[in-house]
Design a protein around this ligand. Structure first.
Ligand SMILES: Nc1ncnc2c1ncn2[C@@H]1O[C@H](COP(=O)(O)OP(=O)(O)O)[C@@H](O)[C@H]1O
Ligand code: SF4
Ligand SMILES: [Mg+2]
Length: 330
């Protein structure tokens, strides 16, 4: 993790989040640390179940009331720990300072309310009295490429891509400083995925938003992200600039994910399936969580927490056999 002289805009430190399910503890997020600055994009990549959505929901503090718990750590936004704030203050921050775009636009919209009104409602919650919320909502529709006169229509009159544009308009209606986008294009038709992603990035650049982008599409990571964090079983196993991660991946999991050496110029790059399954989060292995699937694993990998090693230029890898593996490769 890079040591910034100035405090980063978002700094997640040692976050631990658990669920309770069927009387067992699900260890979803196990000591995650991340940093993100204004105007920058951090890609969070990893297999399904790795804990990506749980991290975003922990930052936003929108985990289910029952059966989930942030057990430890800090979420510092501009130096303020969000985990210490009373709920009424957190409510002001949600939608105002931080917004989240979920994977499925269908569930994010109210089917029986006009789309424009849904945007206007969010504007009203977060703007000064006297603001013309309808006008602002119409402007937001135009910003996401939807004619203002469609304000009066209902979600079912919109295509999937248009609905996700509305969700983006809602998320950005109050110019959030931090946007959490959780697989924002996965539910959309392939032909419009790029358009919607371009829209998010254009708006992010315009408003200098910090963007945490959860995705499994490595093509998107290659074109959009500044930094990349690779997550496995609720642990960040590698973190670095996009170039460090793409050109010099060091963690055996990252190398496995990329499969054949990825080519940043290719249009489509998907995470490569790795042999074996991720561990059961209710019964994580001791030591490195990747050891049951890692071809480099030795006894040393099976005991105690694995300390992260960070190079002078901020490339972090959590593997105790890093030196041996890089020697073997050369
Ligand atoms: N509400 C919940 N109750 C119990 N377990 C959950 C809940 N939500 C997620 N999990 C579990 O937590 C782990 C992390 O899930 P999630 O954060 O959704 O991963 P990702 O977004 O990377 O796919 C998974 O094992 C998942 O099954
Ligand atoms: S710590 Fe051991 S098991 Fe884990 S990735 Fe490194 S070599 Fe593999
Ligand atoms: Mg998810």
């Amino acid at each position: 993790m890079p040591e910034n002289q100035n405090m980063p805009f978002l700094s997640v430190k040692d976050l631990v989040t658990e669920y309770k399910s069927d009387g067992k503890i699900v260890h979803a997020v196990n000591g995650v640390s991340l940093t993100l600055d204004r105007g920058r994009t951090l890609g969070l990549v990893g297999e399904t179940g790795a804990g990506k959505t749980t991290i975003a929901k922990s930052i936003m503090r929108i985990l289910p009331d029952v059966g989930s718990k942030i057990v430890g750590g800090q979420v510092l936004l501009d130096g303020r720990n969000l985990l210490d704030l009373p709920e009424h203050e957190m409510r002001k921050i949600r939608g105002n300072t931080i917004s989240m775009i979920f994977q499925d636009p269908m569930t994010a919209l109210n089917p029986v309310q006009r789309v424009g009104e849904q945007i206007a409602e969010v504007v009203k919650l977060h703007s000064d009295p006297g603001t013309d919320c309808e006008q602002r909502a119409k402007e937001m529709l135009e910003v996401v490429g939807i004619p203002a006169e469609r304000y009066y229509e209902y979600p079912h009159q919109f295509s999937g891509g248009m609905k996700q544009r509305v969700v983006i308009a809602i998320a950005l209606a109050c110019n959030p400083l931090l946007l959490l986008a959780d697989e924002p294009t996965t539910a959309l038709d392939v032909t419009i995925q790029a358009q919607v992603m371009d829209l998010i990035v254009d708006l992010q650049k315009k408003f200098q938003t910090a963007l945490l982008l959860i995705t499994h599409d490595m093509g998107v990571v290659a074109t959009v992200c500044d930094d990349v964090a690779v997550i496995y079983a609720g642990h960040i196993v590698e973190f670095g600039s996009k170039e460090q991660i793409f050109d010099h991946p060091t963690h055996p999991y990252t190398i496995g994910l990329f499969g054949a050496i990825p080519d940043m110029n290719e249009d489509e790059m998907w995470l490569h399936p790795i042999e074996g399954l991720p561990p059961d989060p209710t019964d994580l292995p001791e030591g490195c969580p990747f050891h049951p699937r890692c071809k480099h694993a030795t006894d040393a990998c099976k005991h105690g927490p694995i300390a992260p090693v960070t190079t002078a230029d901020g490339h972090m890898c959590r593997c105790c056999r890093l030196d041996e593996i890089s020697k073997e490769a050369n």
